[in-house]
Design a protein around this ligand. Structure first.
Ligand SMILES: Cc1cc2nc3c(=O)[nH]c(=O)nc-3n(C[C@H](O)[C@H](O)[C@H](O)COP(=O)(O)OP(=O)(O)OC[C@H]3O[C@@H](n4cnc5c(N)ncnc54)[C@H](O)[C@@H]3O)c2cc1C
Ligand SMILES: *[C@@H]1O[C@H](CO)[C@@H](O)[C@H](O)[C@H]1NC(C)=O
Ligand SMILES: *[C@@H]1O[C@H](CO)[C@@H](O)[C@H](O)[C@H]1NC(C)=O
Ligand SMILES: *[C@@H]1O[C@H](CO)[C@@H](O)[C@H](O)[C@H]1NC(C)=O
Ligand SMILES: *[C@@H]1O[C@H](CO)[C@@H](O)[C@H](O)[C@H]1NC(C)=O
Ligand SMILES: *[C@@H]1O[C@H](CO)[C@@H](O)[C@H](O)[C@H]1NC(C)=O
Length: 600
């Protein structure tokens, strides 16, 4: 067998989807077709968006047998291809992705638009993400609480909800019962397969003094062979974890897919939200209005939730007036946009002895995955299974509050090895010849914003991330690069022939590798989103002029309307944002139940 071309790999993916079908049955798409929804129907709750938080909410609210819950999702049912961890890489820019790009700005992505994927499928971004399970730092939540968000502190406010959601599969982690639990809906555990470079990467960090930690437990600073939102080698999105197990057992829950919520209906006099307008995503002839006796819950994610609010008359007055959208409530919707900013400036070639060879092993790996109980390289995410945390010059080292997180991202450099594609989008995570040690700025100073320039709900919002607007953020990432190049001197990296790639990024070849100017240039040229945008419907107390929702997640100035998803984070957590979004869904569900007098 010669080398596999990219198109061969892509069509093999389709084949894998078919093979998978022999082992699992997919939820039929007609079960949730927009044709099943009648114009004018009334429910108790309507949830706009079936993503990470939306699926949690639909599952938890429908535990109350008297409540009829409607979940509306713009994407379709979760397809079988999404189950395979190593193929997660291939879901970006697929039909399961909204395929957002930022507006070009001169301090990031080499002056070009940056790619910002978002899940457009049941399970939302938890269906296309990299599956890393990371709660963030306890001090993040104590900070939220200090900002006036009563009830959101770590110990009593959010830890109980992380534990409520959790079904931890690894006994060595689960035994720490202060932080972990078993029996929740969301299974969490290490992948069945350990990529051959993972132990060496961990050893490299250890040689530099990083301690082994469970960053979801008592200590964060250090290095971890991470846990993922998976079960026995398959992805567990919140659709798979929370919704799938209950949706056919309960007759009080309706899930409609391929339908976009285009407007929240709000009475202009009383300011009560009482329904939504929807339009079929694929067939726009399906359209109508549905009504809620209780709350409308917006759970469309950090890009679409603010868009939907603005389309409905909630947002900055100037923006709405320009577009002739009647103003219901003037709020800073779309502001406070921030993300973890990374960059691809430090790369190591992988030595020959531990380098995966896709052309040799592809069919062996397919067999391992399909027949032998989901094992082999496809049941993991390649070298990405490591997370390390360190401090920049700005962090207080005695606080266990690191401000840099490393991801160890598999990539394919040219096609210097046979069997690799030139285009890295089509290569599964487990085949690579280079690893990018990407530092991320965990607590950026910069804030961006997003806005709309059209009242057409099918027009795309405009995203201005303002990454690296402040020199401090460039200092932090430069400290990250410097920490990453130190690995080159470790014994384990030398013994295993990991070789630092000193090729300068386009636009930086006039600078000497490793100088301060070089790192700044490299950060601006190779900027990479961590895909964690948050903050655009900021939670805050009534005294916060930028707040969109209160600590009960109610939209200021409108009744019976809440936002419950990652957009409510006042300040981003110091780690990947999926687990925090699950927690927000869990806590949000209890807040709603309590407000209607349900005993918890
Ligand atoms: C490629 C990628 C990799 C990532 N990797 C990780 C990782 O490894 N670990 C981690 O912790 N985090 C990761 N994240 C981030 C994490 O997945 C998100 O922070 C989290 O899923 C956000 O949850 P949410 O509920 O706010 O939004 P989403 O999960 O994005 O859900 C929003 C949902 O609303 C739907 N929707 C939007 N507008 C409408 C509308 N008008 N009408 C109806 N439905 C609508 C969307 O289709 C979507 O299903 C990643 C994200 C991406 C995109
Ligand atoms: C980037 O753009 C801003 C505003 O558009 C401008 O003020 C600034 O000088 C530009 N910076 C660079 C490095 O080009
Ligand atoms: C690795 O393989 C390449 C080509 O396959 C070869 O040129 C190189 O010498 C090898 N390196 C080592 C250290 O064996
Ligand atoms: C990968 O495997 C193929 C097929 O066995 C072989 O021809 C090729 O030399 C291998 N490549 C490397 C870099 O080892
Ligand atoms: C760093 O944190 C420690 C422990 O919280 C604190 O005592 C100390 O004052 C802090 N130092 C600075 C410079 O803020
Ligand atoms: C809105 O912005 C998009 C993208 O920048 C642009 O193509 C479009 O022309 C703008 N539309 C209006 C009405 O300004």
């Amino acid at each position: 067998m010669g080398s596999l071309s990219c198109s061969a790999i892509t069509s093999l993916q389709v084949l894998v989807g078919i093979l998978n079908a022999f082992f699992k049955t997919q939820t039929p798409a007609d079960l949730s077709s927009p044709a099943k929804l009648r114009d004018g129907e009334t429910f108790d709750f309507i949830i706009a968006g079936g993503g990470t938080a939306g699926c949690v909410l639909a599952s938890r609210l429908s535990e109350v047998p008297d409540w009829k819950v409607l979940l509306l999702e713009a994407g379709g049912e979760e397809p079988l291809e999404a189950d395979i961890p190593a193929f997660g890489q291939n879901l970006k820019l697929s039909a399961l992705d909204w395929q957002y790009w930022t507006q070009p700005q001169n301090t990031s992505c080499g002056g070009e638009a940056c790619q910002w994927p978002r899940g457009k499928v049941l399970g939302g971004s938890s269906t296309i993400n990299d599956m890393i399970y990371n709660r963030g730092n306890r001090l993040d939540y104590d900070h939220w609480s200090d900002l006036g968000n009563v009830g959101w502190d770590y110990e009593n406010g959010v830890l109980p909800y992380f534990k409520k959601s959790e079904d931890n599969l690894d006994p060595d982690i689960a035994r720490d019962i202060k932080y972990h639990s078993v029996g929740g809906y969301q299974s969490v555990g290490r992948f069945p397969y350990t990529d051959e470079n993972v132990p060496n990467i961990i050893k490299g960090f250890q040689e530099l003094g990083y301690k082994r930690v469970d960053f979801n437990g008592p200590h964060v600073t250090g290095v971890m062979h991470l846990q993922a939102t998976q079960y026995k080698g398959e992805r567990r999105s919140t659709n798979g974890a929370y919704l799938e197990p209950v949706r056919r057992l309960r007759n009080n829950i309706r899930v409609i897919t391929n339908v976009r919520v285009t407007k929240i209906l709000i009475d202009k006099g009383t300011k009560v939200a009482h329904g939504v307008e929807y339009v079929g995503e694929k067939d726009r002839r399906f359209r109508g209005k549905v009504y809620a006796k209780n709350d409308i819950i917006v759970s469309s994610g950090s890009i679409n939730s603010p868009q939907l609010l603005m389309l409905s008359g909630i947002g900055p007055k100037e923006t709405l007036e320009t577009l002739n959208i009647p103003v219901i409530k003037d709020l800073k919707v779309g502001h406070n946009l921030h993300d973890h900013i990374g960059a691809f400036a430090v790369n190591y070639f992988v030595g020959n002895s531990t380098r995966p060879n896709s052309s040799r092993d592809f069919f062996r790996d397919a067999t391992l995955y399909s027949r032998n109980q989901r094992t082999g390289p496809w049941s993991g995410i390649g070298s990405l299974s490591v997370v390390a945390y360190t401090n920049s010059r700005y962090a207080n080292k005695s606080m266990d509050y690191p401000d840099i997180q490393f991801s160890t991202i598999p990539s394919v450099a040219d096609s210097r090895d046979s069997g690799f594609c030139d285009v890295d989008v089509a290569v599964p995570w487990c085949y690579y010849n280079r690893i990018t040690f990407m530092p991320a700025v965990l607590r950026p100073k910069c804030r961006g914003y997003l806005t709309i320039n059209s009242s057409d709900p099918f027009a795309r919002p405009l995203i201005y991330p303002n990454s690296f607007c402040d020199h401090q953020d460039l200092d932090v990432i430069s400290d990250g690069f410097k920490a990453a190049v130190k690995l080159a001197d470790t014994k384990v990296f030398k013994d295993n022939d990991f070789r630092l790639d000193k090729t300068p990024p386009a636009g930086c070849s006039h600078l000497q590798f490793g100088t301060d100017d070089y790192w700044v240039c490299a950060a601006i040229q190779t900027t990479h989103s961590n895909y964690h945008p948050v903050g655009t419907c900021k939670m805050g107390p009534p005294t916060d002029p930028d707040a969109v929702v209160d600590p009960q997640l109610r939209v200021y100035g409108v009744k019976r309307l809440r936002v419950i998803d990652s957009s409510i984070m006042p300040v981003i957590t110091s780690g990947n944002t999926n687990a925090p979004s699950i927690m927000i869904g869990e806590k949000g569900a209890d807040i709603v139940k309590k407000s209607y007098g349900i005993k918890l």
